[in-house]
Design a protein. Structure first.
Length: 227
């Protein structure tokens, strides 16, 4: 969609120009870009969304989101209705002109997926720093986008961050892939449903237990969204 490409160029440039200003200003510009792209999708493609469970969010403290991953939609939408955040990025994405350069200024956790041990160490160290700053850390533990009817196994990286840092996990489920399919330019009209779960506490718990509780909640929530 030409309008979203133009919006990406304009907002990406503004974020880059905002490098001389505090992070919160650059973040608000980036959030404005995400809101604009989603509004364009609503206007031109009829893609809307509704969120259930916002009452579970504590805006005064960092948390780790473990969510299913179906499309590019959630990477945009989470910036619109969740507190200020950082997320995992493939390091190579930050080399993309304008968009990638802009994202590099927004405190991403850039990892090399070919080096799993290094990526995990970086997630835990950089993720803990972000949490202490009050940011949320977005993790898609399936590791790749899945089709709308599937839920991949959750890797333990996000849960290990929770165990090491002591910050809680927020499980999120959605069905964005039905209307904004992975790897597809075509969007389909409809309402994406999002469910935010209650906090999964991590203090004194093992990563495997944290991960299983979050994965089970997401799996059950997806069945409720798509009966």
């Amino acid at each position: 969609m030409a309008a979203s490409i133009i919006a990406t160029f304009v907002f990406g440039t503004l974020v880059l120009l905002g490098i001389i200003f505090p992070f919160n200003i650059r973040y608000r510009i980036g959030k404005g870009w995400a809101e604009t792209v989603l509004k364009l999708a609503e206007i031109f493609c009829g893609v809307r969304y509704e969120v259930e469970g916002l009452e579970h969010i504590n805006i005064n403290s960092g948390a780790i989101v473990l969510s299913n991953h179906q499309s590019a939609w959630e990477t945009l939408a989470f910036r619109c209705f969740l507190p200020p955040q950082t997320s995992l990025f493939k390091q190579s994405l930050l080399w993309i002109p304008i968009w990638g350069w802009a994202m590099a200024t927004l405190k991403p956790i850039a990892i090399d997926r070919d080096s799993k041990h290094s990526a995990l160490r970086k997630l835990i160290s950089r993720g803990t720093e972000a949490l202490k700053e009050g940011l949320w850390v977005i993790v898609f533990p399936e590791g790749t986008r899945m089709s709308a009817d599937k839920l991949g196994d959750f890797s333990a990286g996000g849960a290990m961050l929770a165990q090491k840092s002591g910050y809680p996990v927020v499980p999120i489920a959605h069905n964005a892939g039905l209307f904004w399919p992975r790897y597809s330019f075509i969007k389909y009209p409809g309402t994406i449903k999002v469910k935010i779960g209650p906090y999964v506490e991590s203090k004194g718990r093992k990563a495997a237990d944290i991960n299983k509780e979050a994965e089970d909640w997401v799996k059950n929530a997806m069945q409720e969204i798509n009966p």
